[in-house]
Unconditional design. Structure first.
Lengths: 388, 293
């Protein structure tokens, strides 16, 4: 789960990581008032989850109240398109108005779970800023790393060594080492999956300050952090995906023409691959999971065909815990309730497969049954061919 | 012979008195798995499906000599349950739990690395050596004893592959789901030599997916030390980058984690990579010289 910059900065402040004074604004007048209270110059920053806001015009440095007003009028309520939002962009509902900080250096600091080493990696660089990804590709040596041994945690000497390797001395080294330790503590205590300060600025006195803040959390850890769960912003998520999540379905909208409903994430991805392999394109990822009820299947099927781009539907179920008869009942109920005008290819296998096939046959609906993946693939290809 | 489990496997079920624990204990017993004990704190002295229940792993091992454990424990308590079994010297732990926090698993794995205990999972259907032992929730009847080892990061996709093989009359030696979480127990690279050294395994199917670097590590191991034919499939070619696909593992975070990069690494190591999930069984049949059906 991702959170906004302003939410991350509040958590930073709780952990003693220096941030500039700021106010939130959801209207133009609030933004100008905030700027007057904090004192100019300020940075006016669009609060959306996607990165790349600066280059897209979502972050504006303002020296006067008029400039703040102009920026707020332009950004608030309008979609902001960055390289991470997709072409539609995200509508900006909140601005962070923050005291502008003059910095002489821009560092990078990031924490992630390193899967290959099975531990947390702390990464830092002198070359912070918008091009950090490019820097890491071109000159991997510019990214310094320390790994956290889970039996002893992130140690003070590691934090200081990292600051030292960055070429920092005196108060700057101590300050950055302190931030590394605080961020490491936050990362572990709050079950974070990603923490990033980019840039981590050094002001004229050499003191570090977090100019930006990115935090993401391990969904599996949220049960022990209700205060973090409360930071979820549904505005940042696709409405169909939110609806699916509310009934424990895992749905992701894609831009193809064949809707698919599958049990299990691996089989769902393989089914999408199969659709592509026969020359069509998957319209979605939908994993109904192992313990789906007929109601969940019905809901999933409705979400699936609510997508206007869908020209055919492919239901691929290998029943284990999820029984084929339960699946069939759900699909028949949904199809009867909403009516379907696209071909539906059904491939059932596994637990109670005979009962499931019989329910589909007796429904009087024109499902196209397939007995294995190969046959199903051919029928999907044929269905899309008919439609075009 | 089979991998990881055998005639001497004495199974302890942690979380045996819950709905799932009870249901699958019964299924495992029906399959012939030697389930000797169950553990649920506070329920010691009871019986579940005819199996004696104990309060602690220590007590259960002392009384029954259990040497393998399967966990049906909720996410919040699963890491502790794994550690309890490992600390008491259980040799093989299969953790089915989905949704264990990553930081918990980082700590668990670090502890296990200093001990002899092997962990399968979490977030896996478990493992099965057809005809010998089932330590998991997969449907036993789709399997058939035979020469093919299966290693997989996925659940239902594994059933699909087993089905394709069994339909062709090709049985399985052992099928292991390594689990879909970012941090877990035995990896492809750690399991491959066990299959290579198993006299009953004549071919291996490896089912990977996008995210992480397990397939790349497997490719290196295969190139170095695997002589039996390997057929692979990597799910997620069509997955959009940066999106989570239900398995915590299935996240693309960089170029090296894409399906394309994994397929290239496996091919480089001499692995036959199936283009379509419908062709995995056929490719394996071809690899071991069986005529396609």
């Amino acid at each position: 789960m991702r959170i906004h910059e302003y939410q991350a900065k509040r958590l930073f402040a709780d952990y003693g990581i220096p941030v500039a004074p700021s106010r939130l604004a959801t209207a133009v007048e609030e933004a100008t008032t905030a700027a007057e209270e904090i004192g100019l110059p300020v940075a006016v920053k669009a609060q959306i989850h996607a990165g790349g806001r600066g280059k897209a015009g979502g972050i504006v440095l303002a020296d006067t109240v008029d400039e703040v007003r102009g920026a707020a009028e332009r950004i608030l309520g309008a979609p902001l398109v960055t390289h991470q939002t997709g072409p539609g962009g995200r509508v900006v509902k909140t601005l962070l108005v923050e005291k502008a900080t003059e910095v002489s250096d821009e560092l990078y600091l990031g924490l992630v779970v390193d899967r290959a080493r099975r531990r947390i990696a702390v990464m830092a660089s002198r070359a912070g800023g918008v091009d950090i990804e490019e820097t890491s590709r071109k000159t991997p040596g510019a990214i310094l790393k320390e790994w956290v041994d889970p039996t002893i945690g992130l140690r003070p000497f590691q934090a200081y060594r990292l600051a030292h390797r960055l070429g920092l001395v005196g108060g700057s080294a101590r300050g950055v080492a302190g931030i590394v330790r605080s961020l490491g503590r936050l990362f572990r205590e709050l079950d974070a999956s990603l923490a990033e300060i980019n840039p981590l600025g050094l002001n004229a006195k050499g003191e570090p300050i977090a100019i930006d803040a990115k935090l993401a959390f391990d969904d599996n850890g949220l049960f022990r952090h209700p205060e973090i769960r409360a930071l979820r912003d549904l505005n940042e998520e696709d409405p169909l995906e939110v609806e699916a999540t509310s009934v424990d379905l895992n749905y992701i909208k894609l831009d193809g023409n064949v809707g698919c409903l599958v049990n299990g994430a691996g089989l769902a991805m393989a089914t999408m691959d199969l659709i592509q392999h026969v020359g069509a394109r998957p319209a979605n990822f939908l994993d109904v999971g192992g313990g789906a009820t007929a109601e969940m299947i019905e809901k999933g099927f409705r979400i699936l065909i609510a997508d206007p781009d869908v020209e055919a539907v492919f239901i691929n179920i290998f029943g284990g815990i999820l029984r084929c008869d339960v699946l069939a009942e759900g699909v028949v109920a949904a199809a009867k309730a909403v009516g379907i005008d696209v071909p539906v290819i059904v491939r059932l296998e596994g637990t109670n497969v005979e009962a499931g096939r019989e329910i589909l046959e007796r429904s009087g609906l024109a499902f196209r049954a397939a007995s294995d993946l190969r046959e199903a693939a051919a029928k999907v290809a044929a269905a899309v061919e008919e439609g075009s | 012979m089979s991998v990881l489990v055998g005639e001497g496997t004495r199974v302890l079920v942690q979380g045996i008195t819950g709905n799932e624990g009870r249901f699958h204990t019964q299924r495992m017993l029906e399959y012939g798995t030697n389930v000797v004990a169950g553990v649920t704190p506070g329920k010691g002295g009871q019986e579940a499906e005819g199996v004696p229940v104990f309060d602690t792993v220590s007590e259960a091992v002392g009384a029954t000599g259990a040497n393998a454990s399967i966990l049906f424990v909720p996410p919040a308590f699963a890491a502790d349950a794994i550690l309890e079994a490992a600390e008491r010297g259980i040799e093989l732990i299969v953790c089915l739990t989905e949704g264990i926090p990553t930081h918990d698993m980082i700590e668990v794995r670090a502890y296990l690395d200093r001990r002899e205990t092997l962990l399968i999972g979490p977030n896996t259907p478990g493992l099965i050596s057809p005809g010998t032992c089932k330590l998991g929730v997969m449907a036993g009847y789709i399997h058939k004893r035979g020469p093919i080892g299966i290693l997989s990061r996925s659940g239902t996709l594994t059933y699909e592959v087993v089905h394709q093989l069994t339909e062709r009359g090709i049985g399985q030696s052992t099928c292991v789901g390594i689990g879909g979480d970012p941090i877990g127990g035995l990896s492809f690279a750690e399991l491959l030599p066990m299959f290579e050294n198993d006299p009953d395994t004549e071919g291996i199917v490896l089912i990977g997916e996008i995210g992480g670097s397990a397939e790349e590590e497997a490719a290196a191991t295969i190139a170095e030390s695997v002589t039996v034919p390997v057929v692979a499939f990597v799910a997620g070619r069509t997955a959009p980058p940066g999106r989570r696909m239900g398995h915590a593992g299935a996240i693309i975070t960089g170029g090296s984690e894409t399906a394309g990069a994994k397929i290239a690494a496996l091919r480089e190591a001499g692995v036959r990579v199936a283009e379509s999930p419908a062709e995995i069984g056929a490719r394996m049949a071809e690899a071991i010289g069986r005529r396609p059906v």
